[in-house]
Design a protein around this ligand. Structure first.
Ligand code: SAH
Length: 295
C-alpha cells in the first residue's frame, strides 16, 4: 500500500490539495512517527483470528499498519466527514478494511455484532481523541462482549492515573475502574514531536489485557459507588467521605460503618490507601448487610 503521510510536509500538501483543515474539535493530532504505529501494532499481537477495531483513523497512519498486520479484518471508525472520504479512497483496494463512518461511542456495539463471529472478542486500538478518552474506555470495558486486548495512545497524565496502584497520589476512581476490567500497562512514552499538529501534552501508549476480577463485586454498581466515594475529598478520612457521599445516599451509614469494621478498615483511613480487593470486599459486605436488612 502506498501510504505517505508520515511527515508534516506530506500532510500539509495533502490538506492544502483537498482544502482540508485539522479540526481541533475532534481531537485531531495525526501520528507522523511510523515507529510508534509499529509499536502499537506489535503490542496488539494480532493473529489471523483477530478482528481489530480502530478508533479515529484520521489520515490512516495506524490503519495502514493494521491492514498490513496478520489480523483478519480491520474495522475503522471516523467521525469527520472529510477524513471518511480520504480513508475510503486510500483503502479502497483493501478487502480487509471496513470504515464505520460515525461516532465510535454510538456505533461500537453495533459494529462488534456485525463483524465478529459468535464467541469472538474484539481487539481494540487507537490514537484516541483525548477529549473523549474516559467515555471511550467506559464504553469498551462495560460492553456486553468485552474485549480481549487493547492498546491506546492517550494523554500521559491520564495514562498514569489509569495504571496507578493504591497508595499513589494518582490512584483514583479511574484507576479502579480500568484495573477492575483489565490489566493496563504503559508500554511507551511519546513526545509531542510524534504528532502533527503537536499536542501541548506528553502522551503514552497503554496496553490493556482483559480480566475478570476474582472474587468479583456482587453488586458492581455499589462497588463503583463505594470507589467514587473514597475520593470525594482526598484529604478527608474515609468516615467523612462516606458520610458526605452523594453516590451512597440509598445505603444507611450504619451499614457502611459496620462493614468497615467487619473488613478491618479503620474509619480514619484515607481512600487512596484501599486496594481494589479491599474495596470489593467492603462493597460486598455493605451489599450483604443492606439486602439482609430488607428481608
Ligand atoms: N489515528 C490517526 C488519527 C488520530 S487523531 C493518527 O494516529 O494519525 C483522532 C481521530 O479521531 C481524528 O481523526 C478524529 O476525527 C477522530 N475522532 C474524534 N472523535 C471521534 C469519535 N467520537 N468517533 C470516531 N472518531 C473520532
Amino acid at each position: 500500500m502506498d501510504f505517505k503521510y508520515y511527515s508534516v510536509k506530506e500532510i500539509n500538501a495533502f490538506l492544502t490539495a483537498k482544502g482540508l483543515a485539522v479540526n481541533k474539535k475532534f481531537g485531531q493530532n495525526f501520528l507522523i512517527n511510523s515507529g510508534v504505529c509499529d509499536t502499537i501494532v506489535r503490542n496488539l499481537e494480532l493473529t489471523p483470528n483477530d478482528v481489530v477495531f480502530e478508533i479515529g483513523c484520521g489520515l490512516g497512519s495506524l490503519t495502514n499498519r493494521l491492514i498490513d498486520s496478520s489480523a483478519a479484518k480491520v474495522v475503522g471508525f471516523e467521525i469527520d466527514n472529510a477524513y471518511q472520504k480520504h480513508l475510503q479512497n486510500i483503502f479502497r483496494d483493501s478487502c480487509k478494511f471496513t470504515l464505520v463512518a460515525g461516532d465510535f461511542l454510538k456505533e461500537f456495539e453495533n459494529a462488534v455484532k456485525t463483524h465478529l463471529a459468535p464467541g469472538q472478542q474484539p481487539v481494540i486500538t487507537g490514537n484516541l481523541p483525548y477529549y473523549i478518552t474516559t467515555p471511550i474506555m467506559e464504553k469498551i470495558f462495560t460492553a456486553t462482549l468485552g474485549f480481549s486486548r487493547a492498546a491506546f495512545m492517550m494523554q500521559k497524565e491520564v495514562g498514569e492515573r489509569v495504571v496507578s496502584k493504591a497508595g499513589n497520589k494518582k490512584y483514583g476512581s479511574l484507576s479502579i475502574f480500568c484495573q477492575y476490567y483489565s490489566e493496563p500497562k504503559i508500554i511507551a512514552n511519546i513526545s509531542p514531536a510524534s504528532f502533527y499538529p503537536q499536542p501541548n501534552v506528553n502522551s503514552v501508549v497503554l496496553r490493556f489485557v482483559h480480566r475478570t476480577y476474582e472474587p468479583s463485586a456482587d453488586n458492581e454498581q455499589l462497588f463503583f459507588a463505594v470507589a467514587r466515594s473514597l475520593f470525594i475529598n482526598r484529604r478527608k478520612q474515609l468516615k467523612n467521605n462516606f458520610a458526605l457521599s452523594p453516590f451512597l445516599k440509598s445505603i444507611p451509614l450504619e451499614h457502611i460503618f459496620q462493614a468497615m469494621e467487619q473488613c478491618a478498615i479503620a474509619p480514619e483511613e484515607r481512600g487512596e490507601n484501599l486496594s481494589i480487593e479491599q474495596i470489593i470486599h467492603l462493597s460486598n459486605v455493605i451489599n450483604k448487610l443492606n439486602s439482609e436488612s430488607k428481608i
